[in-house]
Design a protein around this ligand. Sequence first.
Ligand SMILES: *Cc1c(COP(=O)(O)O)cnc(C)c1O
Length: 392
Amino acid sequence: MSKTDWITQEIETLQSAGLYNRIRTIDSPQGAWLKVDGKRVLNFCSNNYLGLANHPALVAAAKKSIDEMGVGPGAVRSIAGTMTLHVELEKRLAQFKGVEAAITFQSGFSANLATIPALVGKEDVIFSDRLNHASIIDGSRLSGAKIIAYEHNDVKSLEEQIRANLNQYRRALIVTDGVFSMDGDIAPLPDIYEVTKKYDILLMVDDAHGEGVLGKGGRGIVDHFGLHGKVDVEVGTMSKAFGVMGGIVAGSAVIVDWLRQRGRPFLFSSAMTVPDAAACLAAVDLLEDSTQLVDKLWSNAKSFKAEMKTLGFNTGVTETPITPVLLGEAPLAQQFSRELFEAGVFAMALGFPTVPQGKARIRVMISAAHTEDDLNKGLEAFRTVGKKLGVI
Ligand SMILES: *Cc1c(COP(=O)(O)O)cnc(C)c1O
């Protein structure tokens, strides 16, 4: 027996259950088309909503910053890693989002790990949407606060849980994803806000899939609902629509100031790199200059979703460019994904435990980088495979 035999056995269990994740390798820049495992395929997988991951303006800004400032930040933000680029990026993000202040982190994941434990602790309670992202769940667990899940997007359930539990705790936090990445539905933030106001509870939204997508010119979910100044903490990421890497927390000056003092990934993990920060600044420039990319994303998404429905596919409750194609059992979704790949379309199958049992799906991620011709090719492949497998 070796000390790692149990891991080998676990992996074999995953493999025999069809749950072992074989990771495909991309050998091209991100874009509407990718070279995947040596094959050129239409990209329906990435979160590169606006096509910025390989945008010339971002690439040029990153290169220029490297020539001027090198590559690495050299330290954590609080010791010697805060560079003018970080400060400038935070100032610009705050302006873009119409908030008092913003702070950046290495990723959206670390933004959640930083924020939740800084706001609540052992004597406190977190009311959390049942379908919240893993990084919210992990941040909540790290905080030591009691976690109470309410039913997905169900404000009545939220209020019931508050009534039953709030008075047993010192402080409370309500936290929800803005856009739910598996179904593409949007949190009912105005109603949630009313509840937070009624009970005087801090409100935090993780808008990772809404940043650069929702609101005027991609200003996010708070802008989408006109809730400026009412949401205490807006977490975002620059790894999706912004096309780069990095987390954001936007909100009141006092909370951002507190995160600089108490956000552990800010204090104990190095800063965003020079080219990342410069490329993110270029992304803010682009979004402030024009709504063209965001508009293109939405028109692509609307026409693709309408055509998929006409073909007879079930795209569920999506309200965003995330387009789930509900298929039922995981083996069917996996076969569908393989057949699409053979037909030159790269779209991932998602099954349990990422989504509930019996709700396996293909998830199509629409981007502004797709042309009308690309979308038509994708639809044609879905039609062919859907007929072949008896789905439509
Ligand atoms: C993708 C995602 C994250 C993680 O963002 P990264 O910047 O990739 O770490 C966090 N929260 C939600 C809701 C997400 O969808």
